[in-house]
Structures are given as C-alpha cells and as structure tokens.
Write a protein that binds this ligand. Structure first.
Ligand SMILES: Cc1cc2nc3c(=O)[nH]c(=O)nc-3n(C[C@H](O)[C@H](O)[C@H](O)COP(=O)(O)OP(=O)(O)OC[C@H]3O[C@@H](n4cnc5c(N)ncnc54)[C@H](O)[C@@H]3O)c2cc1C
Length: 384
C-alpha cells in the first residue's frame, strides 16, 4: 500500500450508522476519509434494528431536533444511493383512554404541530387490519421513514465509496487510535483526526474514557413474521406500551396515569421492556419487536417467553390470525442511565461518539454533522 493510501484527513472507526454518518459529514466538507470495521460488513445494531427513523416520541429538545435533521439527511441519501423507503409515517394506537390523553398532551406541544388525533372510526383511512373498534383513538405522525437496514447500511457504505471516495477497510480491527496514528490489524495508518464510533464495544479503544460514563448494554429481541394480508397502505404501528418508553410521550403529564394502568395490566411487558413496533418489508413480511434487558454482558440466550409477550401485544392491535414467525434475532446497543448519546473529547483531534439509547438510526446524521462542525470549526458545537 502506498504512503498516500495510508494517510487521510479523517479516520472513522466503525461502519455502523454512526461511523457512516461521520464519514458523510466529513466527505461533504471535502475531507479524505477512511473507515475501518473489524467485520466483513457492519454487523451490529445498525443492521439489526427496524430501520425506523423515528421522530415522534423522541425526547423533546435536542433529540427531537436531531431526529428531524437526520430525517432530512436520510431523505437525501436514500434518493442519491437508491435506498428504497418502504414506509412513511407512524400510527400510535391508544388501546386505553389514558393513552389517548397522552396523545392529547403530545398534540399540545410543538412536536405535535404536523401530527393529528385519529378517531377510531377514521382509522380505516390509514389502512385495513387494525382492531380499530377496540381503540380509544390514535396519533398519526407524517414524519417517519423506514428502510431495510440490513440492505440500506451496506448500500450507504457503497455509495459513500463511489460518490464521495470514502475508503473502507473491512475485516480490519483498530487496536489503538491516537491521531495522527492508528494501529490496526492491517498495519499503521495516519489521520489528522479520528472519530471512534464503536457501538457497544467499550473495551477496545480508550476503555478508561468510556468507563467513566458507566455504560451497560441493552439486549433487544426482534422477529420477522411471514408475508401476510397486511395492508401495504398502513404506516408503521406502535401502541400504548411505546408511550411509556419513548421520552417524548413518557415525560408528558398524562403519561403517569397510563404508566399506572400498564403496571396493573401489563406488568410482565413492562418488566421485560416490551413495547410494540411493526414495520413492513418489501416482500410483505413484518418486522416486529422489541424488548429491553440491560447488563454488562447480556446473556446469549433468548427466551421465547419474551417473544410471546411481543406477539401478545401484536395480537391486541391487529385483526386476523398471527402470521408465522420466520426469523428471530437479537441486537445490542450501548445504554446510559443519564444520557441518550455522548461525545467524549480525549484530545483536539479525537472524538469518541456513542449513541447510548435506541435512537441511533434516527439521530446519527445530525450528531455527526455537529461533531464534524466542531472538529473542523463552525459556529455551533456539540452540547453533550
Ligand atoms: C434491535 C434493535 C432495534 C433498534 N431500533 C431502532 C429504531 O427503530 N430506531 C432507531 O433510531 N434506532 C434503533 N436502534 C438503535 C440503533 O440501531 C443504534 O443506536 C445504532 O445502530 C448504533 O450505531 P453505531 O454505529 O454506533 O453502532 P453499531 O451499528 O454497533 O456499529 C459499530 C461498529 O463498530 C465496529 N467496531 C467497534 N470497535 C471496533 C474496532 N476497535 N475496530 C474496528 N471496528 C470496530 C463494529 O464491528 C461495528 O460494526 C435499535 C437497535 C437495536 C439493536
């Protein structure tokens, strides 16, 4: 390899959505960028998630604003990289009057400006197949987008290489990152700046810096249901359980009464961090999840009772027979008790960026723009 092939303006560690977002933001500034990933292709949270760019429900303030900005970038790159957008919008059904009151509170915030309350009789306008007669209403949001992550992430990387000249070194582990020098399993590289986006690997690069944040991993269960008579017009669907998990709802005054009722009626769901997200794939199959279990090292065992809780909630929301489960998987992401993301600054030219909540698909593009602006100089920096 020539000397110039080993020397870059910016090196990014990690080819998940966080790393790719930083590569994009720097490449758009004309920087020569190299991305390293120890796997043959991204294999972490970024390809295991719903591919659901969630706006409505994100915590009010910075997170919601980052999701709005990231959605804009997703729209641009999806079109440019020919990544299909499979669904748009979100319908959060209220199974209980308490959940409807959370929707009413939400609509009174600035985040609710383009969203609307849907009465049960009006739900058919959004697509067939919901048990609408049992609901107290629903919240419709037009903001969301859904991509098939396992295809979209490799497509995004290929487009970054082709359109922006980003160089990728897969199957290359980075052992040390202290700009201007990186030590990798493929030898030494040089870069003027380094951004480390290691996902839930807290031990390889700068472990003492990451340890200071007291992180754990969060394990999630996911399933794919066989193609079914699922109305392709339906947007993504969530239910009451999501309103006590997503901070954009959970921090509203009416959420306390909903939480009390769910504790009485769905304690097992809450204990396992279960809520419902249902999105549709191109072949008509459904990606359904998820659950949340926290540990330093989550067990590799995935009890079926957790999947059954997710499917119970599916059956409460959708009419008709439950389609067979054709695929099950788990994923993990970094989790912090006190923050949704973190940017650590060991030196002027080094940043460690972790999305410490289940929001990376929805916020990484905006976070990366802020980090790259701060690294290369701009009016606004990163508050976290
Ligand atoms: C099941 C599931 C569902 C989710 N649903 C949603 C959702 O609906 N909406 C949403 O916004 N978010 C969702 N998330 C969260 C989102 O997927 C994550 O926040 C995001 O993918 C994190 O991206 P990342 O790039 O930081 O990490 P990852 O995707 O884990 O990528 C990190 C990469 O770094 C590489 N790496 C680490 N250390 C090194 C090293 N030393 N050398 C070389 N390579 C290294 C790893 O190999 C890996 O490829 C979900 C997550 C899961 C698991």
């Amino acid at each position: 390899m020539s000397a110039s092939a080993r020397s870059f303006d910016l090196a990014v560690v990690g080819a998940g959505i966080c790393g790719l977002a930083h590569a994009l933001a720097a490449a758009r500034r004309g920087k020569r960028v190299v991305v390293f990933d120890r796997d043959a292709q991204a294999n972490g949270a970024s390809i295991r998630n719903f591919g659901f760019i969630t706006i409505t429900g994100q915590q009010a303030g910075a997170c919601w604003a980052r999701a709005m900005r990231s959605r804009e970038v997703w729209s641009e790159v999806a079109e440019a990289a020919r990544i299909p957008v499979l669904q748009r919008g979100l319908l959060t059904v209220a199974r209980r009057p308490e959940a409807r009151r959370v929707i009413e509170d939400f609509l009174a915030t600035e985040m609710g400006a383009e969203c609307r309350l849907v009465e049960p009789a009006g739900l058919a306008d959004y697509g067939a197949g919901l048990r609408a007669g049992r609901f107290a209403g629903a919240l419709y949001s037009p903001h969301e987008m859904r991509v098939e992550s396992r295809e979209a992430i490799p497509q995004l990387a290929a487009w970054l290489a082709e359109r922006h000249g980003v160089v990728f070194h897969y199957q290359t582990a980075v052992h040390a990152a202290a700009p201007p020098r990186l030590e990798t399993s493929a030898g030494a590289f040089e870069a003027g700046a380094v951004v480390v986006c290691p996902g839930d690997d807290f031990r390889t690069l700068h472990p003492e810096r990451i340890a200071a944040y007291g992180l754990r991993r969060c394990l999630l269960h996911m399933m794919r249901l066989a193609p079914a008579a699922f109305d392709p017009a339906l947007p993504a669907v969530m239910s009451d359980l999501g309103m006590v998990r997503y901070l954009g709802y959970a921090e509203l005054p009416a959420a306390a009464a909903l939480a009390r009722r769910l504790e009485a009626e769905q304690a097992a769901h809450l204990d396992n961090g279960v809520h419902l997200i249902v999105v549709r794939s191109a072949d008509g199959s459904l990606v359904v999840g998820d659950s949340h279990h926290y540990a330093a090292t989550p067990p590799p065992f995935a009890p079926t009772r957790v999947d059954d809780l997710i499917l119970d909630e599916y059956a409460e929301v959708f009419d008709g027979p439950l389609p067979p489960v054709v695929e099950r998987w788990t994923g993990t992401y970094a989790s912090a008790a006190d923050r949704l993301m973190l940017v650590d600054r060991p030196s002027d030219a080094l940043r460690i960026v972790l999305i410490t909540s289940g929001t990376g698909a929805s916020t990484s593009f905006a976070i990366a723009e802020e980090v790259i602006d701060e690294l290369y100089g701009s009016a606004h920096g990163v508050p976290a």
